[in-house]
Ligand binder design. Structure first.
Ligand code: G
Ligand code: G
Ligand code: MN
Ligand code: NA
Length: 254
Protein backbone atom coordinates (compact mmCIF):
# COMPACT_ATOMS: atom_id res chain seq x y z
CA UNK A 1 0.00 0.00 0.00
CA UNK A 2 1.50 3.28 -1.10
CA UNK A 3 -0.03 6.16 0.83
CA UNK A 4 1.00 9.02 -1.47
CA UNK A 5 -0.35 7.21 -4.52
CA UNK A 6 -3.62 6.42 -2.75
CA UNK A 7 -3.93 10.00 -1.50
CA UNK A 8 -3.48 11.35 -5.02
CA UNK A 9 -6.53 9.36 -6.16
CA UNK A 10 -8.66 9.82 -3.07
CA UNK A 11 -10.29 13.11 -4.00
CA UNK A 12 -11.30 12.04 -7.49
CA UNK A 13 -12.50 8.69 -6.22
CA UNK A 14 -14.78 10.48 -3.73
CA UNK A 15 -13.18 8.79 -0.74
CA UNK A 16 -13.27 11.93 1.41
CA UNK A 17 -16.11 12.93 3.69
CA UNK A 18 -16.52 15.66 6.25
CA UNK A 19 -17.80 15.05 9.74
CA UNK A 20 -19.06 17.76 12.07
CA UNK A 21 -18.52 17.98 15.81
CA UNK A 22 -20.77 20.23 17.91
CA UNK A 23 -19.44 23.27 19.77
CA UNK A 24 -21.53 24.56 22.66
CA UNK A 25 -21.77 27.60 24.91
CA UNK A 26 -20.76 26.52 28.41
CA UNK A 27 -23.09 28.90 30.24
CA UNK A 28 -26.24 27.19 28.96
CA UNK A 29 -25.19 24.32 26.68
CA UNK A 30 -26.61 26.03 23.57
CA UNK A 31 -25.23 24.89 20.21
CA UNK A 32 -23.08 27.59 18.67
CA UNK A 33 -21.28 25.85 15.83
CA UNK A 34 -19.47 22.79 14.57
CA UNK A 35 -15.93 21.89 13.55
CA UNK A 36 -15.58 20.19 10.17
CA UNK A 37 -13.19 17.24 10.31
CA UNK A 38 -11.88 15.47 7.23
CA UNK A 39 -12.36 11.70 6.96
CA UNK A 40 -10.74 9.40 4.41
CA UNK A 41 -12.01 5.87 3.83
CA UNK A 42 -9.86 3.86 1.45
CA UNK A 43 -11.72 0.99 -0.33
CA UNK A 44 -9.24 -1.68 0.82
CA UNK A 45 -7.37 -0.14 3.75
CA UNK A 46 -10.43 1.36 5.42
CA UNK A 47 -10.41 4.60 7.42
CA UNK A 48 -7.11 6.49 7.52
CA UNK A 49 -6.64 9.14 10.19
CA UNK A 50 -5.97 12.75 9.23
CA UNK A 51 -3.12 12.66 11.74
CA UNK A 52 -1.53 10.20 9.28
CA UNK A 53 -2.41 11.71 5.90
CA UNK A 54 -2.56 15.48 6.53
CA UNK A 55 1.22 15.75 7.07
CA UNK A 56 1.74 13.81 3.82
CA UNK A 57 -0.78 16.01 2.01
CA UNK A 58 1.16 19.03 3.24
CA UNK A 59 4.53 17.64 2.11
CA UNK A 60 3.27 16.70 -1.34
CA UNK A 61 1.20 19.85 -1.90
CA UNK A 62 -1.96 17.75 -2.20
CA UNK A 63 -3.31 19.77 0.74
CA UNK A 64 -4.05 22.58 -1.74
CA UNK A 65 -6.77 20.77 -3.76
CA UNK A 66 -7.89 18.78 -0.72
CA UNK A 67 -8.12 21.88 1.47
CA UNK A 68 -10.07 23.67 -1.22
CA UNK A 69 -12.52 20.79 -1.40
CA UNK A 70 -12.92 20.88 2.38
CA UNK A 71 -13.68 24.61 2.32
CA UNK A 72 -16.22 24.19 -0.50
CA UNK A 73 -17.99 21.34 1.28
CA UNK A 74 -18.01 23.04 4.68
CA UNK A 75 -19.26 26.37 3.29
CA UNK A 76 -21.98 24.66 1.26
CA UNK A 77 -23.09 22.80 4.40
CA UNK A 78 -23.01 25.96 6.52
CA UNK A 79 -25.16 27.69 3.89
CA UNK A 80 -27.71 24.82 3.98
CA UNK A 81 -27.86 24.96 7.79
CA UNK A 82 -28.50 28.73 7.96
CA UNK A 83 -31.72 29.43 9.84
CA UNK A 84 -32.35 25.76 10.66
CA UNK A 85 -33.08 25.27 14.36
CA UNK A 86 -30.84 22.71 16.06
CA UNK A 87 -28.20 23.01 13.34
CA UNK A 88 -24.82 24.75 13.61
CA UNK A 89 -24.97 28.35 12.41
CA UNK A 90 -21.19 28.52 12.20
CA UNK A 91 -18.72 25.99 10.80
CA UNK A 92 -15.03 25.89 11.74
CA UNK A 93 -12.57 24.62 9.12
CA UNK A 94 -8.96 23.58 9.75
CA UNK A 95 -6.53 25.19 7.34
CA UNK A 96 -2.88 24.30 7.19
CA UNK A 97 -0.08 26.85 6.97
CA UNK A 98 0.82 25.68 3.47
CA UNK A 99 -2.70 26.44 2.25
CA UNK A 100 -2.73 29.92 3.77
CA UNK A 101 0.63 30.76 2.25
CA UNK A 102 -0.81 30.39 -1.27
CA UNK A 103 -0.95 33.91 -2.64
CA UNK A 104 -4.55 33.42 -3.81
CA UNK A 105 -5.87 31.97 -0.53
CA UNK A 106 -8.03 34.99 0.39
CA UNK A 107 -9.43 35.15 -3.17
CA UNK A 108 -10.23 31.45 -3.01
CA UNK A 109 -12.09 31.81 0.29
CA UNK A 110 -14.06 34.82 -0.95
CA UNK A 111 -14.99 33.02 -4.17
CA UNK A 112 -16.14 29.93 -2.27
CA UNK A 113 -18.29 32.09 0.04
CA UNK A 114 -19.92 33.68 -3.02
CA UNK A 115 -20.40 30.39 -4.88
CA UNK A 116 -21.92 28.58 -1.91
CA UNK A 117 -23.96 31.46 -0.49
CA UNK A 118 -22.30 30.95 2.88
CA UNK A 119 -22.38 34.16 4.96
CA UNK A 120 -18.79 35.09 5.94
CA UNK A 121 -19.86 35.21 9.59
CA UNK A 122 -20.76 31.50 9.36
CA UNK A 123 -17.17 30.52 8.56
CA UNK A 124 -14.37 30.24 11.09
CA UNK A 125 -10.85 29.31 9.96
CA UNK A 126 -8.74 27.35 12.45
CA UNK A 127 -5.07 28.13 12.06
CA UNK A 128 -2.12 26.89 14.08
CA UNK A 129 0.47 28.91 15.89
CA UNK A 130 3.18 27.75 13.48
CA UNK A 131 1.62 29.79 10.67
CA UNK A 132 1.84 32.94 12.75
CA UNK A 133 5.47 32.38 13.60
CA UNK A 134 6.70 31.48 10.11
CA UNK A 135 5.50 34.65 8.44
CA UNK A 136 3.87 36.94 10.95
CA UNK A 137 3.50 39.95 8.62
CA UNK A 138 1.96 37.86 5.84
CA UNK A 139 -0.36 36.15 8.28
CA UNK A 140 -1.52 39.46 9.77
CA UNK A 141 -2.23 40.89 6.31
CA UNK A 142 -4.16 37.80 5.22
CA UNK A 143 -6.16 37.53 8.42
CA UNK A 144 -6.93 41.25 8.40
CA UNK A 145 -8.42 40.93 4.94
CA UNK A 146 -10.48 37.89 5.88
CA UNK A 147 -11.73 39.27 9.18
CA UNK A 148 -12.70 42.55 7.49
CA UNK A 149 -14.98 40.41 5.32
CA UNK A 150 -16.52 38.95 8.47
CA UNK A 151 -14.78 35.57 8.47
CA UNK A 152 -13.67 34.51 11.95
CA UNK A 153 -10.19 33.22 12.74
CA UNK A 154 -9.36 30.84 15.60
CA UNK A 155 -5.98 29.72 16.89
CA UNK A 156 -6.17 25.90 17.09
CA UNK A 157 -4.27 23.73 19.59
CA UNK A 158 -3.33 26.85 21.56
CA UNK A 159 -0.50 26.24 23.97
CA UNK A 160 1.10 23.29 22.19
CA UNK A 161 3.22 25.16 19.63
CA UNK A 162 5.81 27.82 20.02
CA UNK A 163 3.33 30.39 21.28
CA UNK A 164 4.47 33.93 21.12
CA UNK A 165 2.28 36.04 23.32
CA UNK A 166 3.52 39.21 21.62
CA UNK A 167 1.89 38.14 18.34
CA UNK A 168 -1.46 37.61 19.97
CA UNK A 169 -2.17 41.29 20.47
CA UNK A 170 -1.30 42.09 16.84
CA UNK A 171 -3.22 39.23 15.27
CA UNK A 172 -6.77 39.87 14.06
CA UNK A 173 -8.19 36.72 15.63
CA UNK A 174 -11.45 36.09 17.48
CA UNK A 175 -11.02 32.76 19.23
CA UNK A 176 -8.41 30.74 21.14
CA UNK A 177 -8.94 26.97 21.20
CA UNK A 178 -7.37 25.37 24.28
CA UNK A 179 -5.78 22.11 23.20
CA UNK A 180 -7.39 18.94 24.44
CA UNK A 181 -4.14 17.76 26.06
CA UNK A 182 -4.72 20.44 28.72
CA UNK A 183 -8.36 19.56 29.24
CA UNK A 184 -7.63 15.85 29.70
CA UNK A 185 -5.23 16.55 32.58
CA UNK A 186 -7.21 19.23 34.39
CA UNK A 187 -8.04 17.06 37.37
CA UNK A 188 -4.78 15.12 37.58
CA UNK A 189 -2.22 17.89 37.26
CA UNK A 190 -2.45 21.18 39.17
CA UNK A 191 0.06 22.82 36.82
CA UNK A 192 -2.10 21.99 33.81
CA UNK A 193 -5.12 23.47 35.56
CA UNK A 194 -3.11 26.62 36.29
CA UNK A 195 -2.12 26.91 32.62
CA UNK A 196 -5.71 26.39 31.43
CA UNK A 197 -6.97 29.00 33.89
CA UNK A 198 -4.31 31.44 32.70
CA UNK A 199 -5.18 30.92 29.02
CA UNK A 200 -8.84 31.65 29.81
CA UNK A 201 -7.88 34.87 31.62
CA UNK A 202 -5.48 35.80 28.81
CA UNK A 203 -8.14 35.32 26.15
CA UNK A 204 -10.71 37.32 28.06
CA UNK A 205 -8.26 40.14 28.75
CA UNK A 206 -7.53 40.37 25.03
CA UNK A 207 -11.25 40.38 24.22
CA UNK A 208 -11.07 36.96 22.56
CA UNK A 209 -13.50 34.08 22.85
CA UNK A 210 -12.04 30.92 24.31
CA UNK A 211 -13.09 27.36 23.47
CA UNK A 212 -11.90 24.23 25.26
CA UNK A 213 -11.37 21.14 23.10
CA UNK A 214 -11.63 17.49 24.06
CA UNK A 215 -14.18 17.91 26.85
CA UNK A 216 -15.15 14.36 27.83
CA UNK A 217 -16.71 14.67 31.29
CA UNK A 218 -19.27 16.77 33.17
CA UNK A 219 -16.54 17.61 35.70
CA UNK A 220 -14.31 19.12 33.01
CA UNK A 221 -17.25 21.09 31.60
CA UNK A 222 -18.18 22.42 35.04
CA UNK A 223 -14.59 23.42 35.87
CA UNK A 224 -14.25 25.26 32.54
CA UNK A 225 -17.60 27.01 32.94
CA UNK A 226 -16.66 28.12 36.46
CA UNK A 227 -13.34 29.48 35.25
CA UNK A 228 -15.09 31.60 32.62
CA UNK A 229 -14.40 29.60 29.47
CA UNK A 230 -16.97 30.56 26.81
CA UNK A 231 -17.35 27.49 24.64
CA UNK A 232 -16.53 23.78 24.59
CA UNK A 233 -16.26 20.88 22.19
CA UNK A 234 -15.68 17.19 22.85
CA UNK A 235 -17.15 13.75 23.23
CA UNK A 236 -19.16 14.88 26.27
CA UNK A 237 -21.29 16.93 23.86
CA UNK A 238 -20.97 14.86 20.73
CA UNK A 239 -18.67 12.87 18.46
CA UNK A 240 -17.93 14.06 14.95
CA UNK A 241 -20.76 12.86 12.64
CA UNK A 242 -21.75 13.23 8.98
CA UNK A 243 -23.91 16.31 8.32
CA UNK A 244 -27.06 14.25 7.75
CA UNK A 245 -26.67 12.62 11.20
CA UNK A 246 -25.81 15.83 13.03
CA UNK A 247 -27.64 16.14 16.34
CA UNK A 248 -27.49 19.14 18.63
CA UNK A 249 -26.44 18.07 22.14
CA UNK A 250 -29.22 18.03 24.72
CA UNK A 251 -29.13 21.35 26.54
CA UNK A 252 -27.95 20.93 30.13
CA UNK A 253 -29.80 23.12 32.55
CA UNK A 254 -27.54 24.47 35.29
O1 G B 1 -10.33 14.18 14.76
P1 G B 1 -9.24 13.99 13.96
O2 G B 1 -8.51 12.73 14.14
O3 G B 1 -9.94 14.04 12.70
O4 G B 1 -8.15 15.15 13.69
C1 G B 1 -6.80 14.89 13.60
C2 G B 1 -6.06 16.13 13.13
O5 G B 1 -6.34 16.38 11.75
C3 G B 1 -6.41 17.40 13.88
O6 G B 1 -5.21 18.06 14.22
C4 G B 1 -7.17 18.22 12.88
O7 G B 1 -6.91 19.59 13.08
C5 G B 1 -6.63 17.73 11.55
N1 G B 1 -7.63 17.90 10.50
C6 G B 1 -8.86 17.35 10.44
N2 G B 1 -9.50 17.76 9.32
C7 G B 1 -8.65 18.61 8.68
C8 G B 1 -8.74 19.39 7.47
O8 G B 1 -9.76 19.42 6.77
N3 G B 1 -7.65 20.12 7.12
C9 G B 1 -6.52 20.15 7.88
N4 G B 1 -5.50 20.90 7.47
N5 G B 1 -6.40 19.45 9.03
C10 G B 1 -7.46 18.70 9.43
O1 G C 1 -6.36 19.56 16.16
P1 G C 1 -7.83 19.57 16.10
O2 G C 1 -8.40 20.28 17.25
O3 G C 1 -8.43 20.07 14.85
O4 G C 1 -8.28 18.07 16.29
C1 G C 1 -9.53 17.64 16.55
C2 G C 1 -9.34 16.18 16.92
O5 G C 1 -9.79 15.92 18.26
C3 G C 1 -10.07 15.23 16.03
O6 G C 1 -9.24 14.14 15.84
C4 G C 1 -11.26 14.82 16.91
O7 G C 1 -11.78 13.57 16.51
C5 G C 1 -10.62 14.77 18.26
N1 G C 1 -11.55 14.89 19.37
C6 G C 1 -12.67 15.62 19.39
N2 G C 1 -13.27 15.55 20.61
C7 G C 1 -12.50 14.75 21.38
C8 G C 1 -12.58 14.30 22.73
O8 G C 1 -13.48 14.65 23.51
N3 G C 1 -11.59 13.49 23.16
C9 G C 1 -10.56 13.10 22.37
N4 G C 1 -9.64 12.27 22.88
N5 G C 1 -10.44 13.51 21.08
C10 G C 1 -11.40 14.32 20.59
MN1 MN D 1 -9.18 21.99 14.87
NA1 NA E 1 -6.93 21.13 18.44
Amino acid sequence: FELTHALRQANEAAQFRLEYQPQVRLSDGALIGAEALLRWRHPTRGPISPAEFIPLAEDTGLIIPIGRWVLEQACAQAARWQGQPGKPQQVAVNVSARQMRQSDFADTVEQILLDTGCPPQALELEVTESLLLEDAEGAIELMTRLTQRGVRVAIDDFGTGYSSLSYLKRMPIQTLKIDRSFVSELSSDANVAAIARTVIVLARSLGLDVLAEGVETAEQAEWLRREGCDWAQGWFYGRPAPAEDFMAPAVELP
